[in-house]
Design a protein around this ligand. Sequence first.
Ligand code: FES
Length: 195
Amino acid sequence: MSNGLDTARRRFLTGAATVVGGTGAACAAWPFASAWQPSERAKAIGAPVEVDIAKLEPGARLTVKWRGKPVWIVRRTAQALDSLAVLDETVRDPASDEPQQPEYARNPHRSIKPEILVLVGLCTHLGCAPSYVRQGEGNLGADWMGGFFCPCHGSRFDYAGRVYQGVPAPLNLEVPPHMYLSDSRIRIGEDGGAA
Ligand code: FES
C-alpha cells in the first residue's frame, strides 16, 4: 500500500516536473521570439530610423540608411543658408513646386529647422550617390557655393538639394518624411515636424 502510494506520488511529481520544465522552455523561448519578430517585420516594412544629431558640427554631414536608401543629415552653416537666396535664379525649381518634399519642408530652406537639412542621398537622374562638396572644396569653379555634385553625369544641387538648371537631373533631391523627437533626435520615415 505504501509502495503503491509512493509510486503514485512519484508519477505525479514526475508529471509536474515535466509540465514545469515545458513551461520553463516556453518562457525561455518567448523573450527571444518577441525581441526578434518585430525587428524583422520592421525591416520588411521599412520602419523609421532614429538619429542622434547632438554631435553634428556645423558643416558636417551624417548618413543613415532608411528603406535601403542613404539619408543625409547636414548641419548647415550661415554661409550655406545665405547661399540659397543667391541661387534662386540658378536652380530649376527654386520654390519646391515639384512634390519632392513633405509640405512642412516646402520652404526656402527645404527643411523643418533652417540649419538642419535632411535629404535622400540619391541623384534624381539615374540614382547615383552625389558627393557632398562644400564651398572651397573640389574643382567645381570659383563660383561654387557648396552643395552636392553627382559624378555620374555632372548634376549639381545646392545646399537645399535644389537641382541646378542645365544638368541631367530633372528634380530636386527628395526630402524624406521626418520629425523631431527632441532638439537632438530625429526620426526618419515618419511625418511630424518639430518637437
Ligand atoms: S545619375 Fe546623377 S547625373 Fe546622372
